[in-house]
Design a protein around this ligand. Structure first.
Ligand code: UDX
Length: 436
């Protein structure tokens, strides 16, 4: 099938490459010339495992092309809308200007029978409004939310847990749903659940999924606060809770909390939209989820300050990690960088290292010190803070080797990802978050 993907960020670039890899003819469109040039040359503009492999195959096969011209989308049977919906400056709601601009610009190029499939995360009610915006073109709007995780984006796009397609009732809607079923034929044939809903439910699925995941993380971090006050260990607590199949261990990883380009802004936008709908009380807990999450960053900083005897001014602190999570170079709302910035603000001599995110971090926070090599960051450090659980720190860093590099054997495990006993046995003062 001929597909266009409008917006080639984390979502759109991966979607375009993945759709080409399953045999579709895809054109990816973005207003950013540098991004389009990079993608057209087979270079991923961000770190995402397997993306460059898919780009190379797609470009070589001739099934994948990129353009800055929206008119090149004309002739595609399905147009996927994958532009960003950031948080509005100074507020919590989603900024829909890119969605609206893309749809406005696309309208003259839509043909009767085309399907416009929204993938961007939008406040409930947006799809119905966009359906009116394209009314008169003969095209049909469906909503097809994306649940991909960064670092797993290719995997999640090619083998999703479920496919959700929302459409308005009626023949056009039904037909458009079947068009989407054809797009995803390989996944559907492999048994992926394909759920058909109305537009509002499809929009809500995404917001609700993110709200649930964020709540699960903040729940365990709230338990970490109780563990800190009572002398319990939150990681053992999470293990014990996780064996209950109704609860499950995933997303019970305690530490400095969630960040990234999605969860924080999506739960805020979700709550803001609920408030507009007169349902503030239904999302009051999300404000709590957000504040528990932000408190953990304060707590990590406090642990470093306490471990260094109450003052970090002038002390050298190795910060292991800058990305908001491993297998990503994304630093948007990264709790890891936030901890580094706060320590710098207290006068510490901070040296940040990360296997993938140094360039992004340096561009955003030039005031911090950086080291490309982990061991250079560790050298002469008075304390070490692990804030992103990359394998390089979690699995491969030997406490004995690290002990030979630092000045002070003090480690704060902001992701509860280290073997506390091994670090203590190597002479380190180990501090987890919510761990004894
Ligand atoms: C998330 C959702 O998982 C995805 O479905 C949605 O489409 C977009 O938002 P992503 O932002 O890639 O994906 O990251 P995710 O892996 O969910 O992690 C989000 C944050 O939560 C990270 O900062 C991570 O470190 C943190 N996290 C995750 C925890 O603190 N504890 C956990 O147990 C899991």
């Amino acid at each position: 099938m001929r597909l266009s993907v409008i917006g080639c960020g984390y979502l759109g670039a991966v979607h375009a490459a993945a759709m080409a890899s399953i045999g579709h003819d895809v054109i990816g469109i973005d207003v950013d010339e540098r991004k389009v040039a990079a993608l057209a040359a087979g270079t991923a503009p961000f770190f995402e495992p397997r993306l460059e492999e898919l780009l190379a195959d797609g470009l070589a096969s001739g099934r994948l092309t990129f353009s800055t011209r929206l008119e090149d989308a004309a002739g595609s049977e399905v147009h996927f809308l994958a532009v960003g919906t950031p948080q509005i400056p100074g507020g919590h709601a989603a900024d829909l200007r890119y969605v609206d601009a893309a749809v406005d610009a696309l309208v003259p190029h839509l043909r009767p029978g085309d399907v416009l499939a929204g993938k961007s995360t939008v406040p409930v009610g947006t799809a119905a409004r966009l359906a009116e915006q394209i009314d008169g073109t003969g095209a049909t709007l469906v909503w097809n939310p994306e649940f991909l995780r960064e670092g797993w984006a290719v995997h999640d796009t090619l083998t999703p847990d479920r496919l959700v397609v929302g459409a308005a009732a009626g023949e056009d809607g039904d037909r458009a749903v079947e068009v989407l079923r054809s797009v995803y034929r390989s996944a559907v044939d492999a048994g992926t659940p394909f759920l058909v809903t109305d537009l509002a439910t499809a929009e809500l699925v995404k917001g609700a999924a993110n709200a649930f995941l964020a709540t699960k993380i903040s729940f365990i971090n709230a338990m970490a606060e109780i563990a800190e006050a009572s002398g319990a260990d939150v990681t053992l607590l999470a293990d014990a809770l996780g064996y209950d199949t109704r609860i499950g261990r995933r997303y019970l990883g305690s530490g400095i909390g969630f960040g990234g380009g999605c969860l924080p802004k999506d739960i805020r936008a979700f709550a803001a939209r609920a408030e507009e709908l007169g349902r503030s009380e239904s999302v009051g807990f999300l404000r709590e989820v957000d504040s528990i999450n932000l408190r953990r960053r304060d707590r990590a900083v406090q642990l470093v300050v306490d471990a260094l005897g109450g003052l970090v001014f002038g002390r050298r602190i190795a910060v292991l990690g800058a990305a908001f999570k491993p297998f990503s170079d994304d630093i948007r709302d990264s709790p890891a960088l936030d901890v580094a910035v706060r320590l710098r603000g207290l006068g510490a001599d901070v040296v940040v290292t990360d296997p993938a995110a140094i360039d992004n971090a340096q561009a955003a926070h030039p005031q911090l010190g950086y080291a490309r090599e982990r061991d250079d960051a560790l050298r002469e450090a008075d304390a070490v803070v692990v804030v992103t659980e990359w394998d390089e720190y979690r699995r491969d860093l030997s406490p004995v080797l690290a002990g030979g590099l630092v000045r002070g054997r003090v480690i704060i495990d902001g992701r509860n990802c280290l073997d506390a006993a091994a670090w203590r046995a190597a002479g380190w003062q180990y501090h987890g978050m919510g761990r004894r």
